[in-house]
Design a protein around this ligand. Structure first.
Ligand SMILES: Nc1ncnc2c1ncn2[C@@H]1O[C@H](COP(=O)(O)OP(=O)(O)O)[C@@H](O)[C@H]1O
Ligand SMILES: CC(C)(COP(=O)(O)O)[C@@H](O)C(=O)NCCC(=O)O
Ligand SMILES: [K+]
Length: 255
């Protein structure tokens, strides 16, 4: 068995693979102050509850966009799983040709998503990851990683409204029936959901023009991908496990 760990700003997602098959996946909240022992308890319990044993884990791979948590999760792996993990970053083979000005600046999750998308879909393509931030990653016809765009995530955008405007409440991220909201909650839901879908369409349209690739494939992933994909026809596929798949592929390239 292999364990893949994606440390995002909101969630830590874990995937347990047997060869290419994803046996189980788990989602934890990203707690920046939690210790290796606390994550150890969670993982140990999740494994037990799923009929898995940490003793059967042959290797671990981690990607992180939260630097202070890397050593915590590495320490957890060594202490509770008995394995020194691979950490996606300098020294790890990804097979990706990065055309970013400074390749070390690209978020590890973006690299991992790109690796998985190249393997699973036809290039050129764009990956849109609806996480804490929403990222757009552009891959050309020769599988080069060109870069992309980073925009405030749907959750962050919604929080900003109620945190900064006294009369706006905290709302559920649900699609309203109409774009013309006749109460505060419906008006906010319409603005967020339909506005976000429009933003994605606008960015994808500009990317297609800039890459001169009108038939470019658009792959969406991340917690909130299904919500937006339902509101626009510019997304070709929703692939919820794309990041874990990318980690599995990179693990295989380095073991
Ligand atoms: N399966 C899910 N269903 C609904 N919402 C989800 C799901 N998974 C994650 N989310 C929500 O999506 C948002 C982004 O989460 P995620 O994609 O894990 O971000 P990150 O990679 O930045 O940690 C969060 O608000 C999270 O609560
Ligand atoms: C853009 C991100 C914050 C997205 O993180 P996430 O929403 O998955 O938690 C992350 O990929 C990151 O910190 N990137 C570094 C900057 C860059 O990619 O250029
Ligand atoms: K992510």
């Amino acid at each position: 068995m292999m364990l893949a760990v994606d440390i995002g700003n909101t969630n830590i997602v874990l995937g347990v693979y047997r060869q290419r098959e994803l046996l189980h996946h788990f989602r934890l909240s990203t707690a920046r102050q939690a210790t290796a022992d606390e994550y150890g308890i969670l993982i140990y319990n999740l494994f037990n509850m799923s009929g898995l044993s940490v003793k059967n884990v042959e290797g671990v791979i981690i990607s992180s966009v939260v630097p202070p948590l890397v050593h915590v999760i590495v320490e957890m792996c060594v202490k509770y799983i008995g394995k020194e993990p691979f950490v996606v970053g300098p020294g790890i083979k990804t097979g990706l040709n990065l055309r970013y000005e400074n390749p070390r600046e690209v978020g590890a999750d973006r690299i991992v998503n790109a690796v998985a998308a190249i393997e699973r879909y036809q290039c050129p393509l764009v990956v849109v990851d609806f996480g804490t931030a929403t990222t757009f990653d552009c891959i050309d016809a020769n599988a080069n990683y060109l870069g992309g765009a980073i925009v405030p995530g749907i959750g962050i955008s919604t929080e900003a409204l109620y945190q900064r405007a006294s009369k706006l409440p905290r709302i559920e991220l649900e699609k309203p029936k109409k774009v013309i909201g006749r109460n505060t909650v419906h008006a906010m839901q319409a603005g967020i959901i339909f506005g976000y879908a429009g933003q994605v369409e606008g960015i994808v349209r500009r990317i297609k023009a800039e890459m001169n690739a009108p038939r470019l494939k658009v792959i969406a992933t991340g917690g909130l991908a299904p919500l937006i994909a339902g509101e626009t026809d510019c997304i070709d596929e929703v692939d919820p496990m794309l990041t874990l798949e990318g980690l599995r592929i990179i693990y295989d390239r380095n073991k």
